[in-house]
Design a protein around this ligand. Structure first.
Ligand SMILES: CCCC(=O)SCCNC(=O)CCNC(=O)[C@H](O)C(C)(C)COP(=O)(O)OP(=O)(O)OC[C@H]1O[C@@H](n2cnc3c(N)ncnc32)[C@H](O)[C@@H]1OP(=O)(O)O
Length: 316
């Protein structure tokens, strides 16, 4: 094969690789245990996407552990909104290296202040006869479902949709998110329709990641796991006007190997909301029914108090 053709093929292969791996989760090394991350995608809130910070922090921690160690859990707090105008610095503290486990503490900093802190633990592969898991919920296969974008496109063709909602949906469509979603349960295209505090959707990274490093698939899953997660707690309350919503913390446990560029079923459920907070629990399933990842997150929801005049007449 000629050099030019080989180079061309290499370039094409590179283009097919997920942008999550080639840019979002590629960190620049500044010094020992110090890394810099950039943000190719910024949500409409104009603060940094929590999943990106979690994913990048896990990449930074993983760069400091020995070969053969894989992330099995991490526990994070989002303490300040991230500023999309400047990069994020990740400072990794090598807390302990034991025979089986290595623990790292990561502090994400902008403008000299912590925006995020987390602890991550890595383990050498240690098979054990003690094994069990619960069952994957039943769901139609992803190939039989419409994508989120197709569903929104369909909703936008509804002649009864108001101009305001049409504009909102077109903004969602315009977002170039590096993940693909196929909802199993109905989603709230039209704001104001209360739903169960539950979500079920197939999800995978856009593009090809390949077998690669198991830690990279875990970092991609960390990114994906924050997408649309916390709003599960908001589903039954959408009629209450909201001033702001943000994730406060995020925890992940990795159970079995998986590929983040292959379809996984994301099961999200909110068992509780109160005190301006909502708790969401999640499970990422491999399509063969293996439980790959468990997650938990609490979010803060600041609602506008209804004025006494807003009480419906039927309740007076
Ligand atoms: C939703 C998609 C999922 C995501 O990815 S979200 C992105 C990841 N998460 C984040 O960026 C959250 C980062 N963390 C934070 O911003 C703060 O920790 C968080 C959650 C706001 C809590 O902070 P606080 O302790 O309240 O901090 P603060 O005093 O600086 O206030 C921040 C804003 O909240 C307001 N606030 C605080 N207590 C309040 C209250 N009781 N009632 C109404 N408003 C209240 C406060 O005025 C301030 O508002 P503003 O920003 O000045 O407009």
């Amino acid at each position: 094969m000629s050099d030019v053709k080989e180079q061309q093929e290499e370039e094409e292969e590179k283009d097919l690789r997920s942008v999550l791996v080639t840019s979002v989760l590629t960190l620049e090394k500044i010094d020992q245990g110090l890394y810099r991350g950039s943000h190719p995608w910024v949500p409409r809130s104009n603060t940094l996407f929590g999943g990106q910070i979690v994913g990048q922090a896990l990449v930074a921690a993983g760069l400091t552990v020995g070969k053969g160690l894989h992330a099995h859990s991490l526990h994070c707090y989002f303490v300040r909104p991230g500023d999309p105008r400047v990069p994020v610095l990740y400072q990794v503290d090598l807390v302990r290296d034991g025979r089986s486990f290595s623990v790292r503490s990561v502090r994400a900093v902008q403008h000299g202040l912590a925006i995020f802190v987390c602890q991550a633990s890595f383990q050498l592969d240690q098979p054990s006869p003690m094994e069990h898991q619960c069952c994957m919920p039943e769901a139609p296969l992803p190939e039989s479902l419409l994508t989120w974008a197709e569903l929104i496109d369909k909703a936008m063709r509804d002649p009864l949709l108001s101009e305001r909602h049409r504009l909102g949906l077109s903004k969602i469509l315009a977002k170039d998110v590096p993940i693909e979603i196929r909802p199993v349960l109905p989603i709230d295209y039209v704001p104001g329709t209360p739903l169960e505090p539950r979500q079920l959707f197939w999800v995978r990274a856009k593009g090809h990641i390949g077998e690669g490093d198991m830690n990279m698939h875990r970092c991609v899953a960390a990114y994906i796991s924050d997408y649309s997660f916390v709003r599960t707690a908001w589903h039954p309350h959408v009629r209450m006007p909201m001033r702001s919503m943000a994730s406060l913390d995020h925890s992940l446990w990795f159970h079995a190997p998986f590929r983040a560029d292959e379809w996984m079923l994301y099961e999200c459920e909110s068992p509780w909301a109160g005190s301006s907070r909502g708790l969401v629990l999640g499970r990422l399933w491999r399509r063969d029914g293996t439980l790959a990842v468990s997650c938990a997150q609490e979010g803060v929801f600041r609602l506008r108090q209804k004025t006494p005049g807003a009480v419906p007449a039927s309740k007076l």
